[in-house]
Ligand binder design. Structure first.
Ligand code: ADP
Length: 186
């Protein structure tokens, strides 16, 4: 599924994010930036040791990465030139500001990509794996954050891709984007 918002194409695809050729891919990291399971492990495996080396330097300089923030490293051996690492919230039932933190994670990545004048970025479904965030709600936040960013901010981005792994997540993201389309027609 695909829409255009101002000058930026927004699409949702079911694929492996480590194979994406956008200028940056986003990693759903944890605060240590030392790698882990899920998409984080897959990105480090595919990108090679240069990514971890840079992550270690970042942590030595500024400490652990707080939830909702983002940093950029090389993409190492990936097709993507850069990896933008962000930390989504762990789902604790919704009362712990999870929504705002997830919104912030997407927003900080879009901002960092724009500051670095990047043309394209791919996102995984942040927080909906090991971190347990309900997929329907997370999809709504992911899509609405990107749509409002693209409507409101001047950006170099011409392409934003949500790269999801399974069909249930794919359906949730498409429904969220459809809500935006229906809303913009009204
Ligand atoms: P978190 O800890 O933020 O929940 P996970 O990596 O556990 O992150 O899961 C986030 C999402 O990424 C899940 O939907 C998972 O299925 C998906 N995922 C795992 N590996 C990949 C991959 N190679 N490409 C795209 N998505 C992936």
């Amino acid at each position: 599924m695909e829409v255009t918002i101002r000058k930026t194409k927004v699409s949702i695809i079911q694929a492996d994010i480590t194979k994406q050729a956008t200028e940056a891919i986003v990693n759903a990291a944890n605060p240590s930036l030392m790698g882990g399971g899920g998409v984080d492990g897959a990105i480090h495996r595919a990108g090679g040791p240069a990514i971890l080396q840079e992550c270690k330097r970042i942590v030595a300089r500024q400490g652990k990465l707080p939830t909702g923030k983002a940093v950029v490293t090389t993409g190492g051996n990936l097709k993507a030139r850069y990896v933008i690492h962000t930390v989504g919230p762990i789902w604790h039932g919704g009362g712990g500001n999870e929504g705002e933190l997830l919104r912030s994670a997407y927003y900080e990545c879009l901002k960092l990509a724009s500051v670095n004048k990047l043309a394209s970025i791919s996102f995984p479904s942040i927080s909906t794996g090991a971190y347990g965030y309900p997929v329907g709600e997370a999809a709504e936040i992911a899509v609405s954050t990107a749509v409002s960013f693209l409507k409101e901010q001047a950006t170099s981005l011409r392409e934003v891709v949500f790269v999801v792994f399974d069909s249930r997540t794919y359906q949730s993201y498409c429904s969220a984007l459809q809500v935006y389309l229906d809303g913009s027609k009204a």
